[in-house]
Design a protein around this ligand. Structure first.
Ligand code: PLP
Length: 259
């Protein structure tokens, strides 16, 4: 890869620029329609399964916040991005969030590179992230507490991950008791299927908003609601999302292997 991927002449860059512009416009429309302020909703660009070169192109196009879901792929990619001369020239402050499930043996490295983990759904993981983030802080590998989103299961399907609403308080209390963690809020993935009444993102995002609202009565600082992907970001914004995680609509279809 001799070419500078931040140069607009590159075909892939032009493709990413067009899709990114469409997503930004869609997001702006949804924010305005909901009577919310621009800047209330972060766009997290999900770059899993795509190479560091694409992340570098997106940085050139002005994006700074990215979502990754697999270790060690993510850690390697981030190191490549951060040492890229074009990125260094821009002096861009980038951040990477972990949005996928975290295996025990990957906790240490994830705690080094991630600004936030969006997929926290069990006590043991909170405890492990807490000590790994503390170690990373001590070692100077990170400079701020690790932000934690508790993933809520909307339909009780264990395959998708997430904890039921009743289990949130216990996890939140453990996060709150840790000095190396910070409670960011809740995360949801809208189920794909349901009964016909439930088979709409409207229905699931309504549930997510209700659960987040109730949660904030006891944890008012947990203002984040990570909700909405390529297919349902508009509905999520209408229901209070503060962070949409968008992959396909910007980067294109992921390789079949990933699904
Ligand atoms: C892959 C992924 C996304 C992005 O989904 P798209 O439909 O490609 O926008 C969002 N959230 C999570 C948790 C993911 O794993």
């Amino acid at each position: 890869m001799g070419a500078d991927p931040t140069v607009a002449g590159d075909l892939r860059t032009a493709e990413l620029a067009a899709r990114l512009a469409a997503v930004r416009a869609r997001l702006a429309t949804a924010v305005a329609a909901a009577g919310r302020e621009p800047g209330e909703v972060e766009l997290l660009v999900v770059t899993k399964f795509f190479p560091a070169a694409d992340v570098i192109r997106l940085i050139g196009l002005g994006e700074r916040s990215f979502g990754e879901s697999r270790e060690p792929e993510a850690g390697r990619k981030i190191a490549e991005v951060r040492t890229n001369p074009a990125v260094a020239r821009l002096g861009a402050a980038t951040s990477f969030d972990m949005i996928g499930s975290v295996q025990t043996k990957k906790v240490k490295t994830v705690a080094r590179w991630s600004r936030a983990v969006h997929s926290v759904d069990r006590e043991k993981l909170v405890v492990q992230l807490s000590s790994a983030a503390a170690a990373a802080l001590d070692a100077g590998e990170r400079s701020a507490p690790l932000r934690v989103y508790l993933q809520v299961s909307l339909d009780g399907d264990p395959a998708r991950g997430g904890v039921g609403e009743a289990g949130l308080a216990a996890l939140a209390d453990t996060v709150e008791s840790s000095e190396s963690l910070e409670l960011a809020g809740l995360m949801v993935i809208a189920p794909l299927r349901g009964s016909s009444q439930q088979n709409t993102s409207q229905y699931w995002m309504d549930q997510a908003q209700r659960i987040h609202h109730a949660f904030r009565e006891n944890y008012p600082q947990a203002v984040g609601l990570s909700a909405g992907m390529s297919g349902d970001l508009d509905t999520a914004v209408a229901h209070g999302s503060t962070c949409v995680r968008v992959g396909t609509a910007i980067l294109g279809q992921r390789p079949l292997l990933s699904r």
